[in-house]
Write a protein that binds this ligand. Structure first.
Ligand SMILES: [Zn+2]
Length: 111
């Protein structure tokens, strides 16, 4: 089995590269690996009709984020504050493990 290193992770800040939300940023809420999609807070919003629930007895239309292809977003580096390609670097203290780094400034992207 090969080790798949995910370049985008839950909690990352990402920027949208194309489409109506191009240039906007948001936090990754969920990764959908089987679909190669990512759900980002407040981005790619669509109107959804909801059924009445206990918290919303009327039901109705709400804006919800919709998953978008992973290829449409780029991770924003917390240090240089720019969207960047993600590089990999071996961890000094944990041999065999890798950390994600910013290809622009080399800062680690994992908290
Ligand atoms: Zn950077």
């Amino acid at each position: 089995m090969t080790t798949v290193v995910k370049k985008v992770k839950k909690g990352d800040m990402v920027m949208v590269l194309t489409g109506k939300d191009s240039g906007r940023r948001g936090k990754v809420l969920r990764i959908l690996p089987s679909e190669q999609k990512v759900l980002v807070e407040n981005l790619n919003m669509v109107k959804r009709h909801t059924k009445p629930t206990n918290t919303n007895p009327q039901g109705g239309i709400v804006d919800r984020p919709s998953p978008m292809p992973l290829g449409k977003v780029m991770v924003v580096c917390g240090k240089c504050n720019k969207p960047t390609r993600v590089g990999m670097k071996a961890k000094e203290k944990e041999p065999g493990k890798f950390m994600r780094i910013c290809k622009r400034c080399g800062a680690g992207l994992d908290k």
